[in-house]
Design a protein around this ligand. Sequence first.
Ligand code: LLP
Length: 431
Amino acid sequence: KRAGAKQVEEFPETLSDFSVSYRDESLFMEDVSLERIVDAVGTPAYVYSQAHIQAQYKKLAEAIKAVDYRVHYAVKANSNLALLKLLGNLGAGYDIVSGGELSRVLSAQGDPGSVIFSGVGKATHELDLALKAGIECFNVESAGELDRLAERAALLSVVAPVAIRFNPNVDAKTHPYISTGLQENKFGVLKDQALALYRRAAESEHLRVYGIACHIGSQIAEPTPLIRALEEMLSLRRELAQQGIEIDHLDLGGGFGVRYRDEPEFDVGLWGREVARLLNGTGLRISIEPGRFLTANAGILLSRVEYLKEAVEDAKSFAVVDAAMNDLIRPALYGAWHEVVPVCNDLQGDRLPWDIVGPICESGDFIAKQRTLTLKQGKLLAILSSGAYGATLASNYNTRGRAPEVLVHKDNWRLVRRRENLQDQLITELP
Ligand code: LLP
């Protein structure tokens, strides 16, 4: 590469897939300059594009419109109230995994009747909260949970709608930490146990069999594993019917992969056609629980270069930035790749391979490794594809406050979460 060449030629030509684009040398999200946002809220900061979320939602809805479906947004991907509201307005229900997430949905005026409660370890107080709210369905993962749910429903004099989370033993071919549909994973129950749990649920006067649920993993590259899981669900449904238990609702889970680097986005069109083919004539209604697909590439994390530590001899060059693993843990936890581009693409000079690292006292605190960029102190960077499992996985490690979140819509933007201050952090402690 020529030294001093414009960097823009290095970056993915399709930056728009990541909700950003250069206007002259300046990076924009929709019609808002990202420098302008930094001037107002500082760094690190998360910024989300409303248009991207809407477009992704439409893409999914279009792909699956031949069947009777409902999208239940997986709240854990990004639980900001503004995003929950936005998705609710688009017609989404919600997939939650805690009482806290249910409270968020309610705070965002979400309909409790559109809520599916997933998760392997629901606590009694969480079951109670959801029973009182009157949610759509509990996706039950064990015999103990089924019994506890029936008990709590009896105490509250209600009937709980249930699906059993079925583990189809299908390999989602993704990172082992986010693979959930294999026998070795803690999630769901295998077929024989599922049959037994359905019989038990059918006999309980405080449980109503609502459907079959399945979620085999996240960041799934292509439809085949999801289609295989659906075939397994249909076979379980046939066996249930033979035992007199009729099922008219399937929850196919989430997991649709997105582009982080150069991988293609999950082909929802192909997936939708396969689902429609398999469901044809069954009269089944389905739910899907996408998280990442809707929000990952809607979001970026803005960060500023604090210091440059240039390589001496064979050592590496480090760019120390003000975002860290407490803001975005995906690189440290999964070895995930996030594209990094300058907010102002104006530097002429030597391009060097940099390790982009945070200020946290761990060598695992890195955002990206060996990225060829022209950098100087104070430069602003955008860390792309950070809209899902970014802010929701943030922590206070090293007593760092959580970053603010901004929602961009056309030429407007607004703060949807302020920066966490020290007082926010210390208030719960009792010295
Ligand atoms: N439904 C259930 C039951 C889930 O457990 C998940 C994600 C989803 C839906 C949504 O999956 P998605 O459509 O977003 O792939 N922190 C990891 C991802 C963890 C996914 C956990 N479960 C990451 O940053 O890659």
